[in-house]
Ligand binder design. Structure first.
Ligand code: NAI
Ligand code: MG
Length: 372
């Protein structure tokens, strides 16, 4: 039996292309692993009414972790219209399988490293090395949402908050509510993960990116908890920045920052910005990490217009595989992989279209494999 069992979830569109490339690289690394294929994505929604079938969950429970490509998702009406006719009108609703995985396996850390590899023509600046810790299960993404606003919810809010006066002239059908809920536990564990990472890898600071001057209760909670946790890590200073200002600072002075930690929504935005500083979607990898399970993925979507054309950049997926190797404790293989990727970027011979080249996804995989 192999040492590792890694669920293999290519998903839709270019998810298939980049995951094929990742296998070339992992096979060359001779990781002692088996990769059982797991069903996920739009095709399974259309055919079965479930983008994350129960058999996939069962399979994941037999694995240490998973590699995931990308999925297609569409708005509610379109999702309903594309459903297999036999399944229509049964009250099935499409829910993002990746969000479901994060919640079901309590993958509370979304780790998104953004490093400028030397010689990448897409770098905003050489030397950038940012690592975003985005809380992955709470906040506006927890799914506590209403439209129209139910009368009892409305009445409770009006009784509790004078600020509700601003909406009194609107009918309930004309009001939508998405709740930003944070828990103390959720705040503490994401901040702790960020500090542990910064300390272990020698980052010079952890910056909490929030908005406590305006969103007082939720941003206030994480700010207070972050200060308490920071006291346990005297060698790593806690900096605090407002999320809006941070978008400017990251473009102006990206080298000043190291680890960034924030909540789900702000983290979604800040991590995309940070990714663009180091080459964009072709370079952005992420780990969805819990205490006992993790899913590693490139952060891009299924890019349907490129599906099956082997045109897109697989480097984000290779970097996701590197995160996976680190998480598994295969530090040496992780380093070897990262060095090979960096060497291919620097050499500049195998480059996909986004880097100004004409190489295929598989060409880049072979170039990396050759250096392993
Ligand atoms: P996308 O990330 O799929 O693609 C946007 C554009 O970015 C592409 O058209 C392409 O020009 C470029 N791009 C993406 N990945 C690239 C790569 N590896 N190399 C080079 N260029 C790359 O985002 P889009 O078009 O907004 O969404 C397409 C579908 O993907 C939608 O159904 C969306 O819901 C889904 N999606 C899924 C995600 C996931 O699986 N985690 C994340 C984001 C979107
Ligand atoms: Mg995003």
């Amino acid at each position: 039996m192999a040492k590792y069992r890694i669920a293999w979830m290519p998903g839709d569109g270019i998810g298939q292309d980049v995951m094929e490339a990742a296998r070339i690289v992992l096979d060359q690394l001779k990781l002692d692993a088996e990769y059982p294929l797991a069903d996920i994505g739009w095709e399974f929604w259309r055919r079965e009414g479930d983008a994350l079938p129960p058999r996939t969950i069962d399979l994941l429970h037999t694995c240490q972790c998973a590699m995931f490509g990308a999925i297609t998702s569409k708005p509610r009406e379109e999702a309903a219209a594309e459903l297999n006719p036999e399944l229509r009108g049964k009250g099935l609703t499409y829910r993002s399988p990746i969000v479901r995985l994060r919640q079901q396996f309590d993958l509370y850390v979304n780790l998104r490293p953004c490093k400028a590899y030397p010689g990448n023509p897409l770098n905003h600046r050489e030397g950038i090395d940012l690592v975003v810790f985005r809380e992955n299960t709470e906040d506006l993404y927890a799914g506590v949402e209403f439209h129209p606003l139910p009368p009892d919810v409305r009445a409770a809010l009006e009784a509790r908050s004078p600020a509700m006066k601003a909406f009194q002239s609107s009918a309930s059908e004309d009001l939508a509510l998405s709740c930003r809920i944070l828990s103390r536990r959720g705040c503490r564990r994401i901040v702790r993960a960020a500090f542990e990472y910064a300390q272990k890898r020698g980052y010079k600071s952890v910056t909490l990116v929030e908005k406590p001057n305006v969103v007082r209760e939720t941003s206030g909670l994480i700010t207070r908890e972050a200060r308490k946790i920071a006291a346990e890590f005297p060698a790593v200073p806690l900096w605090e920045a407002n999320v809006d200002a941070m978008t400017m600072w990251l473009i102006k002075n990206p080298l000043e920052y190291g680890v960034l930690v924030t909540t789900n929504m702000f983290g979604d935005i800040i991590s995309d910005l940070a990714a663009q500083l180091v080459g964009g979607l072709g370079f952005a990898s992420s780990g969805n990490i819990g205490d006992g399970f993790a899913v590693f993925e490139p952060t891009h979507g299924s890019a349907p217009k490129y599906a099956g054309q082997y045109k897109v950049n697989p480097i984000a997926t290779f970097l996701a595989a590197k995160l996976m190797l680190e998480w598994l404790g295969e530090t040496e293989k992780a380093e070897v992989l990262e060095k090979a990727v960096a060497a291919v970027i620097k050499a500049g011979r195998a480059r996909t279209y986004d880097m100004g080249g004409a190489s295929t996804t598989i060409d880049v995989a072979r170039a990396v494999a050759e250096r392993l």
